[in-house]
Design a binder for this molecule. Structure first.
Ligand code: NAD
Length: 264
């Protein structure tokens, strides 16, 4: 895939992985529009990357449509859509499996899953009609493995992986590239308050590294984008023997409870 002259739309573009993707795309010649709850920061990202930015709440279908319409009107048909906004494990304490309140589950469902559904309905059929385009969902390694302490995040990111698979099956033969980005720990606003005991297990990378890995996968048209090689190894072990994997995760949880000194 050649990014030169392409129109890219990125949600959650105020900072972190979204802003790094914007910069990496613009460096390759793309024009980028960004949206975020933080409209001012999204404007800054878009203005620096050949496009524009705006405030939008992607958990709201009308806001997603407003963003997509604005991109099409101001920059042209969308070649690359990155459904990247997400909420998760930094938003509260570590939760026991079903203990997070309904508002946590509902917000995560709306942002981590439905925002991509709303966008895909509007964008994917147009890409298919043109026989080209890329639709990228930022899920998480938590979607193929598990995030201890945030089952809502793990469940909604698993749903995001399933949605990406569904889109790849439905649109892959129509010339639309669908990708599912599953990072492990990346140094962003989302992970800044996480204990080193958690983020240190498999190591953290920068948002720039995550963005470069992502664009390389788009160039190679690989569906599953892993920022850490170890994610694939853990996933193979999980697929091979679920009981053994769960036992290992229980051990990891017990280690975290002891090191952090608080039960969850
Ligand atoms: N940082 C990590 O270690 C990591 C690991 C796996 C997956 N992810 C995923 O990567 C994506 C980007 O996160 P990040 O790490 O760059 O963190 P981040 O907090 O810097 O970026 C997330 C952005 O999403 C925005 N956002 C949240 N709710 C929104 C809404 N309703 N409408 C519009 N924007 C909204 C936030 O304002 C924020 O700017 C998320 O989907 C996250 O779940 C991150």
């Amino acid at each position: 895939m050649d990014f030169k002259g392409k129109v890219a739309a990125i949600t959650g573009g105020a900072g972190g992985i979204g802003a790094a993707l914007a910069r990496a795309l613009h460096a390759r010649g793309a024009k980028v529009a960004a949206c975020d709850l933080d409209g001012a920061a999204a404007e800054k990202t878009g203005a620096a990357c050949g496009g524009f930015g705006m405030a939008a709440d992607v958990s709201n279908e009308a806001d997603v449509a407003r963003f997509i319409n604005a991109v099409e009107r101001r920059l042209g048909p969308i070649d690359l859509y990155f459904s990247n906004a997400g909420v998760g494990f930094s938003d509260g304490p570590l939760w026991g499996a079903a203990d997070a309140p309904n508002r946590v589950w509902e917000t995560q469902w709306a942002v981590n899953v439905m925002a991509s559904v709303y966008a895909a309905r509007l964008v994917a059929p147009k890409m298919a009609a043109r026989g080209a385009g890329a639709f990228v969902i930022t899920a998480s390694a938590a979607g193929v493995l598990h995030q201890i302490g945030d089952t809502a995040y793990s469940a909604t990111k698993s749903a995001a992986v399933a949605l990406a698979e569904g889109l790849a099956i439905a649109y892959g033969d129509a010339g639309v590239q669908v990708h599912c980005l599953c990072p492990q720990y990346v140094r962003t606003g989302m992970t800044k308050d996480l204990a080193a005991e958690m983020t240190g297990v498999d190591g953290m990378i920068s948002a720039e590294e995550a963005a470069e890995t992502t664009l390389k996968a788009l160039e190679d048209n690989r569906f599953l984008i892993l920022t850490h090689a170890v994610t694939g190894e853990h996933f193979m072990r999980k697929a091979g023997d679920r009981d053994r994997w769960l036992k290992g995760m229980r051990g990891l949880r017990a280690m975290l409870v002891e090191k952090l000194g608080r039960p969850f």
